[in-house]
Design a protein around this ligand. Structure first.
Ligand code: PRX
Length: 706
């Protein structure tokens, strides 16, 4: 059944309530009202929520103290707009068509081999409708999980939206992940359908990935069907050679043969799950964070509009407030002029928010690119920025560093036209000032705004970032347009965006002094905050809320400091997580994979600094007899291959060092910090808690000989 939805047309830009005073000091009620207005006016709802259900937050409470002294807490409850009903896919696609923007390009797709396709909002609507029918043909119903193991191609977005449309929960898995990593996600989600391709284009080669999907479904699981998108089989013969499980597998083009290209969408509750995204934690297997429909889309829509400069300039050059009508026109113009390009793989949270849902819900055009930036040459991104007239280029520091490495003085002067670029953005790790300046000078023509967005899979969308506007455009005391006083500081994530707030505190929750390292906590979480860990609320509590939860603060897991203006610098992870090229990997996950190999008895994995990727993993291993029989280069090779197949190429250690013993604390914890210091030849920090400090001498000696 189709449902008619109201489209916001009454947003009043000059209404002071839409420009609430700046962050931390707004009252809870003002903050809740702020998000309620964003939800009402940026999204179309089939049914609004009752006002008293706008927001519910129950922080963890101490419920028991066990005999061994361990405190037991209740799990937190976070809800936004409960009882409100909407359809996420309608909001991202159909309503733009209804508004007369059907001919506008939603996606400029470019494949690695150079194939191109411009997909309008009207075409996207039809293709999402077909995919939704296809999923329904396979018996997928609301609440079912669908794992999407695809590269960056239009179908990845189409399937995400088709799931959202019918209320199935999608979980996107990075196309470069191994069968093991995929299998874990298939099993943990209990997915009914897995979507994959026959092959993937990778650096000029076709990698047959269907067999990886098959391997991931080889042991017990709930998969009933595997849908195969034809990406690389050009001929009938090639199609025939794709490994096939009769009765289970279906080509996507066969699945949607003859289905209608319209689809009546149902409404879903704001708190129904939209997707599960896996992220590495300190211990054990990756955690499946659960994001819900209404809250996630609200903060995504708002933060995308705020950060990518879609909010109207409500004051003119003389600082005079513009009437609403002019502001609305200015906003429409900005949406019309935007060509957004977020370079992330669609499976990462960055892309969920600023490549799938954010740009689409706000109705802009965007570029999606299948390939790696150096294929066929490192100039690919330059060509594409020029080809599509990209206005917003949002990428990761590691990519900027590789471009900088290939072109230290920028591309050949005058070779490319980058005049369209207005806004540059960075995410995934702290950006070093050299990379910041390089990008702004060479791609941003020395004048583009630069947003350094700090956030996480857990927060669902940006928490801290400079505003895109120059401070002088900000009306005094407002934050919709920017915050007066925020200066451009390379490598600084500055402040919380409206509607959320953060603190940098010590272990006891006290503010740390200016310049000193503390822990960043989100003390007022927004509507896009993950609600739980899939099937494991206890892990959600233990990972994020145990430490400061009673105060209602979310522990993000990053160190941070504040400068004298109160602006925030992120200093990296405080837990056992390595950030490689902006991707989070757990040291423990890599260690567990290593000890599964017959050559290894015990492993300690630590991060070491790397010019290109930010950090890399170095593995220290103690060996079994099989391991001892190998030369060091053989050992390195087999373990590299092993990690590639167990986790994926991204986790491949930079170095493997065979040692007699792994240093541990008296309570048996591997001291990864000391391993990093040893490897980087830095002075060792506190070693007093070690149970085996002779291990350090031994490792230092091994390293000095290598
Ligand atoms: O350590 C922080 C780093 O990436 C972590 C989140 O990783 P993930 O959940 O995979 O999401 C990445 C994309 C949002 C954070 O805990 N990080 C992310 N953005 C920044 C950052 N570190 C410094 N500056 C940033 N702008």
């Amino acid at each position: 059944m189709g449902v008619s939805m109201s489209y916001c047309s009454s947003f009043s830009y000059s209404d002071p309530r839409n420009q609430v005073q700046n962050p931390a000091d707004v009252s809870d009620q003002e903050r809740i009202d702020f998000w309620a207005r964003q939800a009402r006016e940026r999204l179309s709802w089939g049914k609004l929520w009752d006002e008293d259900k706008t927001h519910e937050f129950i922080p963890p409470r101490l419920v028991d103290v066990r005999e061994d002294g361990v405190q037991e807490f209740s799990v937190p409850t976070i809800k936004w707009f409960e009882g409100g009903q909407l359809n996420v896919a309608y909001n991202c696609v159909d309503r733009h068509v209804e508004q007369g923007f059907g001919d506008k390009v939603a996606l400029f797709f470019e494949g690695e081999p150079g194939d191109r396709e411009a997909i309008t909002y009207a075409q996207l609507q039809r293709r999402v409708a077909q995919a939704a029918h296809g999923l329904e043909r396979l018996g997928v119903v609301k609440g079912d999980r669908v794992v999407v193991y695809l590269p960056v191609i239009p179908e990845t977005i189409i399937f995400a939206l088709a799931c959202a449309r019918i209320g199935a929960i999608h979980s996107l898995v990075f196309g470069g992940f191994s069968a093991e990593a995929l299998k874990f996600r298939v099993e943990d989600t209990g997915a009914k359908v897995l979507i994959t391709t026959d092959g993937q284009n990778r650096r000029g080669k076709v990698v047959p990935v269907k067999s990886i999907a098959d391997e991931a479904c080889s042991s017990e699981n709930n998969i009933e069907h595997v849908v195969v998108v034809n990406r690389t089989s050009a001929t009938e013969q090639e199609r025939q050679s794709v490994p096939w499980c009769l009765g289970r597998d279906v080509w996507y083009h066969d699945l949607i043969e003859g289905v209608p290209d319209t689809h009546d969408y149902p409404l879903h509750d704001a708190e129904d799950p939209l997707f599960i995204i896996y992220t590495s934690g300190t211990t054990g297997q990756p955690k499946g964070l659960v994001h819900t429909m209404g809250g996630y889309l609200t903060q995504t829509a708002y933060s995308h509009a705020l950060l990518y400069d879609l909010l109207p300039d409500i004051v003119d050059a003389d600082g005079v407030l513009r009437p609403d009508e002019l502001a609305t026109r200015n906003n429409r113009q900005k949406v019309a002029d935007t060509v957004h390009w977020c370079t992330a793989d669609l499976a990462w949270v960055t892309a969920h928010t600023y490549e799938i849902y954010g740009p689409l819900v706000n109705g802009v055009s965007q570029v999606i690119f299948e390939g790696t930036p150096d294929t066929p040459t490192f100039e690919r991104h330059f060509e594409m920025i020029e080809r599509y007239g990209v206005t917003n280029y949002y990428t990761a520091p590691t990519l900027i560093r590789s471009l900088m490495g290939a072109f230290p003085h920028g591309p050949e002067p005058g070779k490319y036209d980058f005049s369209s670029v207005r806004l540059l953005g960075s995410v995934g790790e702290s950006i070093n000032p050299q990379a910041w300046y390089w990008l702004r000078e060479h791609i941003g023509s020395g004048r583009a705004s630069f947003i350094d967005t700090w956030w996480q899979s857990e927060t669902g969308s940006t928490i801290c970032s400079p505003r895109p506007h120059d401070p002088q455009f900000a009306p005094e005391g407002t934050f919709e347009q920017g915050t007066p006083g925020i200066a451009v500081k390379p490598g600084c994530a500055t402040r919380a965006i409206p509607g959320v707030s953060v603190r940098v505190v010590d272990e006891h929750g006290e503010p740390v002094q200016t310049g000193a390292q503390g822990f960043i906590v989100v003390d007022k979480v927004g509507p896009s905050m993950a609600r739980t860990v899939w099937k494991n609320p206890q892990r959600y509590l233990d990972s994020y809320w145990r430490h400061y939860g009673e105060r209602g603060w979310f522990l993000a897991g990053d160190g941070a400091k504040q400068d004298e203006d109160g602006d925030i610098y992120i200093l990296g992870r405080i837990d056992d997580v390595i950030n490689i090229s902006g991707h989070r990997l757990s040291t423990i996950e890599i260690e567990s994979a290593l000890v599964r190999h017959e050559a290894v008895v015990e492993a300690g994995v630590c991060p070491v600094e790397d010019e290109l990727t930010g950090h890399q993993a170095v593995a220290f291993v103690t060996l079994s007899d099989e391991g001892k029989a190998l030369s060091s280069s053989e050992l390195r090779k087999v373990l590299e291959l092993h990690i590639r197949s167990e986790i994926g190429p991204i986790a491949k250690p930079k170095d493997v060092v065979a040692v007699a013993e792994i240093p541990k604390t008296r309570s048996g914890k591997i001291t990864r910090r000391l391993l990093s210091q040893l490897y980087e030849r830095k002075p060792l920090g506190d070693t007093s808690s070690l149970q085996n400090d002779e291990a350090l001498r031994d490792i230092a000696q091994v390293l000095s000989c290598s």
